[in-house]
Design a protein around this ligand. Structure first.
Ligand code: ADE
Length: 251
């Protein structure tokens, strides 16, 4: 697959320095494992004030983002991508959307191009949904002041799973949720920290036993903290055995 191309329509492109300038995501962008480009709707306004919002018809608090600057910005992003031979999916970050989880991250990760629309104020003019096929994505059941942080959350989740983005090739596969379970506990030096020792199995060097211990811990945590994840899971033979052991109290 070509390096994915991410375009973001936002009034605050500078905020994205938090994503593109730091850590795993920053390095991936520098290594050109993906590209992130920005479109400011203000650049698509016609008036002297560069107006991007107005009062809602029907009254009520807050402002609504004007259709035209967003429409033109989305169209500009799509046009650039189409010229590159890419057909983007368009994502509008909103609390009304499909809830983001790792399965949706994996699904969107197969797209070679995404155009993310980060809104502000009370929302966007509904007629934009008639002009563009916008899929709505929510990062959780709470309301933020704009779509920029949600867009960064989605982009970070997407970028870290690109091959080569993480230092260790297998790290993404071992993340929490990557295989539908929570992550196991981790330990590093010293072996003894204030009298608390690293579990012996991790130091003994038997890779099979380490893998078994980690899976058991992941199952234990998932069962304790997020049992609904196990309810919806097809268990492997080994997982059934380990869960059975947990049920019957053996460690
Ligand atoms: N915009 C404001 N709140 C949001 C949320 N929870 N998810 C996605 N976009 C949002």
């Amino acid at each position: 697959m070509k390096a994915p191309s991410y375009h973001v329509v936002t009034l605050f492109p500078e905020m994205f320095a938090a994503l593109t300038g730091y850590g795993v995501s920053g390095r991936a962008v520098r290594k050109q494992l993906c590209s992130v480009k920005f479109w400011d709707p203000r650049d698509f306004t016609q008036d002297n004030y560069r107006t991007v919002d107005d009062r809602p018809f029907g009254g009520g608090p807050g402002m609504v983002m004007l259709a035209e600057p967003l429409d033109l910005a989305l169209t500009a992003a799509k046009t650039v991508l189409r010229r590159e031979g890419r057909v983007p999916r368009l994502i509008y970050l909103s609390p009304q959307g499909r809830r983001l989880d790792q399965a949706l991250v994996e699904e969107l990760g197969t797209a070679e191009a995404l155009v993310l629309l980060a809104g502000r104020y009370e929302g966007i003019d509904e007629r934009l949904f008639e002009r563009h096929t916008l899929e709505e994505v929510s990062i959780g059941d709470y309301v933020l002041s704009g779509g920029e942080l949600p867009a960064m959350v989605l982009l970070d989740a997407l970028i870290r799973r690109i091959h080569g983005a993480l230092g260790h090739a297998d790290s993404a596969a071992e993340d929490s949720f990557a295989d539908g379970l929570l992550d196991c506990p981790h330990y590093t030096r010293p072996e003894d920290y204030l009298g608390r020792r690293v579990p012996e199995v991790l130091r003994a060097g038997d890779h099979g036993e380490v893998a078994r211990w980690r899976l058991r811990q992941a199952l234990r945590r998932t069962r304790e903290r997020r049992p609904e994840l196990l309810a919806g899971r097809v268990l492997s033979g080994q997982e059934k055995v380990l869960l059975d052991e947990l049920e019957h109290g053996s460690s």
